[in-house]
Design a protein around this ligand. Sequence first.
Ligand SMILES: NC(=O)C1=CN([C@@H]2O[C@H](COP(=O)(O)OP(=O)(O)OC[C@H]3O[C@@H](n4cnc5c(N)ncnc54)[C@H](OP(=O)(O)O)[C@@H]3O)[C@@H](O)[C@H]2O)C=CC1
Ligand SMILES: CC(C)(CO)C(=O)C(=O)O
Length: 308
Amino acid sequence: MDNTKVLIVGTGAIGSFYGGKLDCAGAQVSTLCRSDYNHIKKSGISVKSVMGDFHFMPYEVINKIEDYSSIPDYILVTTKVLPGIDIQKIIEPKVGKNTAIVLIQNGIDIEKPVREAFPNNEIISGLAFICVSRTSLGEIYHQDYGRLIIGNYPNGLSPKVKYLQSLFIKSEVDCTVDDNIVNSRWKKMIWNAPFNPISVIGGGVDTKTILENSEAKNLVINVMKEVLEIANKSGYNLPETLIQKNIEDTLNMKPYKTSMLLDYENNRPLEVEVILGNAVKIARDLDLSVPNLKALYSLLLLLDKNNI
Ligand SMILES: NC(=O)C1=CN([C@@H]2O[C@H](COP(=O)(O)OP(=O)(O)OC[C@H]3O[C@@H](n4cnc5c(N)ncnc54)[C@H](OP(=O)(O)O)[C@@H]3O)[C@@H](O)[C@H]2O)C=CC1
Ligand SMILES: CC(C)(CO)C(=O)C(=O)O
């Protein structure tokens, strides 16, 4: 084991999978758990994975962050990004001056509140291209993909980013770095902004069903165009060709139910603000017209409110 201390905050699908991979690489990985606490403390976490099944027993399993016995080198935040989760308050007791806060979560502008609360800490922003879900207490099913992109927020690549990358690579996670991680976040939004909400609003449909319907496909393309425009007007650099590439890549994927659809089906709150609301706000500030994004946003707000 190396001496790198990692504390996972949000031990669900993403936290368990990537936390387990860091454990495989030799880091000292502990988990802050909620509903799975008793199960994980007793039996650990089992991951059924297309990369090979594994089981891991976290170094410490806690259900109150104060119970963690030290200060971690990395806090991996892998909760959903929801207005009801005050992540700054949750992690604050264990953020030391050398703790890097790693956010492996979907959405745009998710780093801002963390930066404001911890102006002197290193923030590492991460994007997961993976299909993974929690099937029961402490049981994770990794169905496909697994690639990660990490980089410092707002930009740059520190030694801590490179070290984290080396740990992931050691455990065979395809992890690359990007010194302009917000640009990569926008790139991922090109996919999430149309497919996540349409999969829910469209009546619980997978990616193949969406793209087989020419009207729904047009909607996907129009939302992608709006996201691309917001990103480029914000100073990022997304080529128009990304739209066709995302469509083709999705057609080549196995039919996939988005993580937002899985949340909806399980009556869990949806990441409406960080997937759509923040983009709509940025468009408003830039005076851009984004009618498709706005329509998806308002419909999703309604569905979300009535689903919990
Ligand atoms: N799953 C996937 O395939 C992908 C997910 N993502 C993104 O990754 C992020 C994480 O998603 P995912 O792992 O699927 O989510 P999950 O719902 O599987 O896991 C979230 C975890 O956070 C925990 N949690 C929630 N609130 C708190 C709290 N207040 N204190 C401590 N723990 C808390 C939950 O505990 P409890 O069980 O008690 O609610 C759960 O263990 C999201 O932003 C998602 O969009 C990105 C790409 C793919
Ligand atoms: C892009 C994808 C499918 C992960 O790779 C995702 O982010 C999701 O399902 O929400």
